[in-house]
Design a protein around this ligand. Structure first.
Ligand SMILES: [Zn+2]
Length: 162
C-alpha cells in the first residue's frame, strides 16, 4: 500500500503544468498565469514541486492571491511538498502575454496591453482607436479606465509595466 501511495505522489512536469493552467489571474479570470507570462519555472524533483513566478509589477496585490491559488490547486491534486517563489527577475513586460492570453483579454472586454508596434489603445467592443483615458486607476490598480468615443462604452485597459 505504501509503495502505491508513493508512486501516486510522483508528478511529471507536464502534469504540474496542466494543473497550473487552471490557475487564473484573479483580476482577469479568463487568463491563466501561464498565458499572462508570470509563470517562469516549474521544477519537479521526486515529490517536491517548485514553482517560480514573477509579479506583473512590483507590489501588485494580486500576487499574494496567485501564490495561494497555486498552492491550493497543487494541493487539490495531491501535491504536498511544494514551494512557490516570487522572483524579482526577470522583469515582467506585457510582451510576455501569449497571443492566446491577449485574445482572451479582448474577448473578456479588457483592452490588452499595447505591443511595441501599436500606438493607440483600441476599444474592446468596436475596435475604434478613438479612446480617452478617464482615470489612471480602473477597477483595480493594474488597470486604467478608458472610454470609447465611438460607442461611448467605458472599458478597462490593462496597464503596461510601470
Ligand atoms: Zn467602442
Amino acid at each position: 500500500m505504501t509503495v502505491t501511495d508513493q508512486a501516486d505522489n510522483c508528478f511529471s512536469k507536464k502534469e504540474i503544468l496542466s494543473i497550473l493552467s487552471t490557475v487564473k489571474d484573479p483580476e482577469i479570470p479568463v487568463i491563466s498565469i501561464q498565458d499572462l507570462g508570470i509563470l517562469q519555472n516549474v521544477d519537479v524533483s521526486g515529490q517536491t514541486v517548485r514553482v517560480d513566478i514573477i509579479p506583473t509589477y512590483s507590489g501588485c496585490p494580486a500576487m499574494h492571491t496567485i501564490k495561494t491559488d497555486i498552492k491550493q490547486a497543487l494541493g487539490q491534486h495531491g501535491v504536498v511538498d511544494m514551494e512557490v517563489r516570487l522572483l524579482d527577475q526577470p522583469i515582467w513586460t506585457t510582451d510576455m502575454i501569449s497571443p492566446k492570453g491577449r485574445a482572451a483579454m479582448q474577448a473578456y472586454g479588457i483592452a490588452p496591453p499595447l505591443s511595441i508596434n501599436e500606438k493607440k489603445i483600441s476599444c474592446p467592443q468596436c475596435d475604434s482607436t478613438h479612446t480617452t483615458c478617464i482615470s489612471e486607476f480602473g477597477s483595480t490598480a493594474c488597470k486604467a479606465l478608458y472610454r470609447c468615443e465611438s460607442c461611448l462604452e467605458p472599458f478597462d485597459y490593462f496597464k503596461c509595466h510601470a
